[in-house]
Design a protein around this ligand. Structure first.
Ligand code: F6P
Ligand code: MN
Length: 449
């Protein structure tokens, strides 16, 4: 009975059924554009498939394109969601999820692109792209988004060199920093990682969106664009946990649920390095995606590729970072994980029930950073919350450990604002929720008084 009451209080999901919303425009315009680009990418790689696999590769390319064209047609004509058939490990969970969505609709209506929750449909599109490739050996391991991700890394070279140089400068006198100076550097590197989230390739529908200038220099001018800044609460939490272990023996395990490869990933690695080197943390656990996702999200392959690229760069400080990072991986102070739950359409409040192993893993953390917009959508359930509802409340029990979302706003969900703040922004800048110009640093802890 009590849980029924709670459920009624939860607002509806964002959905393309609300005409004119960002969800609607995404499903109507941006997702078909992304699918067209995917088809084009596969087609452009035809010669490569032929060189690698002969005629079989070309046949597979044709079949994959035909499945993707069919998918685009299903989307544009609002066809019902079809079950997956590729036999991958998460297939059953996806197919069961349709039933959950079915139960939310009236009568015999089937879940479909313009009726069902946006989060579900957008995730489903990326999973179907994966299916279209997986069903077609020998090209089944082709990452349709790899070119864009590597391009964005190379386009951000200057900015990457700048933050690597900055980090190495810090390394030289880390031991001599006062607590206040350490706090100042912590706040800076959290903001660098935050603004790194501007560079995703999904919001730009695959267009280059890389970082050109030195990120450190722009932090001051960007500060007023941070709508909620809980970074000092995060700092206090880390300091408390450091005090528990003593200054020479840090105890905190920090997890970073990664978002985009390219520049953003490097900003996350720089933050992770700083946390270790400053002894604010003793180990860092990264979480990436098992399959290509939302155009630019980091997979294990992207993670390893980035580490190698940084290491072999023709730039002293960048390559020094790369060697240190490889060292952390070898020592086990940095650990990379992936889990199929991150590429399911579920809200994070479902994690303890639907992926108890992952939830238990996250419970071992002292602080979890969730990077990016999609993670924020999943933290909040991608629902039509009032702007002033608290961040704690919208997590709906998802509290494996203290957590902090670092997100630039690219979807029409935002909570934890001051009364009137959202309305004022809407009046002065109508695209404030989706332009990626604004950001939040929001913290929630199960241990907060
Ligand atoms: O890489 P991020 O920050 O998660 O952004 C991805 C976001 O891009 C979008 O495709 C833009 O709307 C959202 O659907 C998604 O939340
Ligand atoms: Mn992303």
């Amino acid at each position: 009975m009590a849980s029924q009451v709670v459920q009624q209080a939860v607002p509806d999901s964002l959905s393309a059924k609300y005409k004119g919303t960002f969800a609607y425009l995404t499903i109507r315009d941006r997702l078909p554009t992304i699918l067209t680009k995917v088809i084009d990418t596969i087609h452009r790689n035809k010669n490569k498939f032929f060189e690698e696999h002969g005629e079989e590769g070309v046949e597979a390319e044709k079949r994959a394109i035909s499945l993707l064209s069919k998918l685009r047609n299903e989307l544009q004509t609002d066809k019902p969601v079809l079950p997956l058939s590729d036999g991958l490990l998460d297939m059953e969970q996806w197919n069961q999820y349709v039933e959950r969505q079915q139960a939310l609709l009236d009568g015999d209506e089937a879940p479909s692109w313009f009726k069902s929750p946006w989060l579900y449909m957008e995730c489903y599109m990326y999973r179907r792209i994966q299916e279209s490739v997986k069903l077609n050996p020998p090209i089944c391991d082709f990452d349709v988004f790899e070119e864009g991700k590597t391009h964005s890394f190379f386009e951000s070279q200057q900015a990457i060199m700048a933050i690597c140089t900055y980090l190495q400068g810090l390394h030289k006198n880390m031991e001599d920093l006062s607590e206040e100076q350490l706090l100042e550097q912590f706040l800076k590197l959290v903001q660098v990682s935050l603004w790194g989230n501007k560079c995703d390739l999904s919001i730009s529908a695959g267009q280059d969106n890389s970082q050109k200038s030195s990120p450190i220099d722009s932090l001051e001018t960007l500060k007023h664009m941070i709508l909620v800044d809980d970074s000092r609460l995060v700092w206090s939490m880390l300091m408390n946990s450091r005090a528990a272990g003593g200054p020479v023996k840090p105890v905190a395990r920090v997890d970073i649920v990664l978002d985009n490869a390219g520049f953003e990933l490097v900003t996350d690695l720089v933050l992770a390095d700083f946390l270790l080197a400053s002894k604010l943390a003793s180990e860092i656990h990264f979480h990436g995606k098992c399959i290509p996702w939302f155009v630019s999200d980091t997979t294990r392959k992207d993670f390893e590729w980035t580490m190698r690229q940084v290491q072999s760069a023709n730039h002293k400080w960048m390559s020094k970072c790369g060697f240190q990072w490889q060292g952390y991986m070898k020592q086990g102070t940095w650990v990379y994980h992936d889990h199929p739950f991150w590429t399911l359409p579920h809200e994070f409040c479902d994690m303890s029930k639907d992926a108890p192993d992952l939830y238990a893993k996250l419970q071992k953390s002292d602080l979890i950073f969730f990077k990016g917009d999609l993670n924020y959508r999943k933290l909040t359930g991608d629902r039509r919350w009032d702007y002033t509802v608290s961040f704690d409340k919208v997590l709906r029990g998802f509290q494996p450990a203290p957590l902090c979302s670092l997100r630039t706003l690219k979807a029409d969900v935002q909570v934890g604002l001051r009364p009137g703040q959202g309305e004022k922004l809407a009046a002065t800048d109508p695209d404030w929720m989706t332009s990626g110009k604004y950001a939040v640093i929001q913290f929630s802890s199960p241990y907060k008084e």
